[in-house]
Design a protein around this ligand. Structure first.
Ligand code: FAD
Length: 323
């Protein structure tokens, strides 16, 4: 049964986040040949509409307003409610990002609809759209359907393939004027933590360090390997608690949940709370000098050794492959 779905194109620093293209791929699976409408919200975003179309949206609705220059849940909710009112979709998909996790439940609550968060796959079964999501820190998966109201879903990054970009696709990018009023949050200034390189939650390759890295300087070989592989550096809570790195790098139950193509765990013991954030990575490599370390139970490849000897050797080998 063909259905209409909206997908929010999430914009960061003037570009669309990759997870938005994955959310279009997810919406295609759910729509069963129906229409996919991209939605853009901001102060100057309409130009990004074509990119959403090239990744599979049929057309785009853009809400531009000076008051939407910075994200506020109030402002974005007003914009999206106006788009939902105009389009009357069966569902609306977001990335499972800080923005999506904030906005989707707010809208679902306002419309008294169901929300399925952290979706990792979608299938059609007997006319129902079946959403799969991890539970119990990734130890099990549950399947859910929404029986009533607009379907809200957040899509976990790096799980559902985006469609291949097709530069020959074209479609309508229409402006929708929305009067944004009574904002309860006014953003005065945004101060960014200086972040190096690739965004952890969307990275295809992650080199993560644990307490075995031993110091802030101990992260340097990991950073070099990450640079050679075009990846990001992550950490266990053990490393963050020891002040070897910032908490923004923490992966796990109380940190970020990541699903890269390649996860290299260096000097990480593999506590259950850490596994909750990375065990769904496609290929896991563990480097640990303790052959009994629990991380080897989830690793596809294990290297028993001192990370300060092993990582430079790997970096040199990968450098050779690149030239
Ligand atoms: P350790 O357990 O100390 O392991 C260090 C490892 O490094 C050891 O296996 C050792 O053999 C190895 N090693 C040492 N030197 C070398 C070397 N030179 N070369 C190679 N290997 C070496 N943890 C998280 O990571 N993320 C979370 O989100 C998280 N949330 C938590 C929530 C709660 C409520 C609680 C109670 C705990 C949470 N933890 C979390 C903490 C978790 O239980 C562990 O304490 C933590 O993951 C341990 O970090 P680690 O593996 O780096 O350190």
């Amino acid at each position: 049964m063909a259905r209409k779905f909206l997908v929010l194109g999430e914009v960061r620093d003037g570009s669309l986040r990759n997870v938005s293209f994955e959310a279009i791929g997810a919406a295609k699976l759910a729509a069963d040949g129906g229409e996919i409408v991209g939605v853009l919200v901001g102060d100057s975003v309409q130009d990004l509409g074509n990119e959403l179309i090239q990744f599979g949206a049929d057309r785009v609705v853009a809400v531009e307003n000076d008051q939407l220059k910075q994200y506020t849940s109030d402002g974005y909710a007003q914009a999206l409610l106006a788009v939902i009112e105009q389009e009357k979709p069966e569902g609306i998909f977001f990335g499972h990002t800080a923005l999506g996790k904030d906005l989707a439940p707010k809208l679902a609550g306002k419309l008294e609809s169901g929300l399925i968060s952290d979706v990792t796959s979608i299938e059609e079964e007997g006319g129902n759209i079946v959403f799969t999501r991890p539970i119990y820190s990734g130890k099990a998966f549950e399947k859910k359907i929404v029986t009533d109201g607009v379907i809200f879903a957040t899509i976990r990054p790096n799980n559902i393939e985006p469609l291949a970009k097709d530069e020959s696709r074209s479609g309508d990018v229409a402006a929708l004027s929305v009067d944004i009023k009574d904002l309860r949050t006014i953003i005065k200034d945004v101060v960014r933590k200086a972040s190096e390189g690739v965004d952890l939650s969307e990275a295809k390759v992650i080199i993560a360090g644990g307490r075995g890295v031993k110091s802030e300087d101990g992260f340097e070989p990991l950073k070099e390997l990450a640079q050679v592989l075009g990846g990001a550096v992550g950490a266990s809570r053990g490393a963050c608690d020891a002040d070897y790195c910032d908490y923004s790098l923490q992966i796990g139950q109380t940190g970020k949940v990541v699903t890269p193509d390649l996860y290299i765990a260096c000097g990480i013991s593999g506590a259950i709370q850490h596994l909750a954030g990375m065990s769904n990575s496609k290929v896991i490599v563990a480097i640990n000098k303790d052959p009994e370390a629990n991380i080897f139970n989830v690793a596809d490849y294990g290297i028993v050794g001192d990370l300060f000897e092993v990582i430079p050797l790997l970096t040199e080998e990968f450098k050779k492959l690149k030239v």
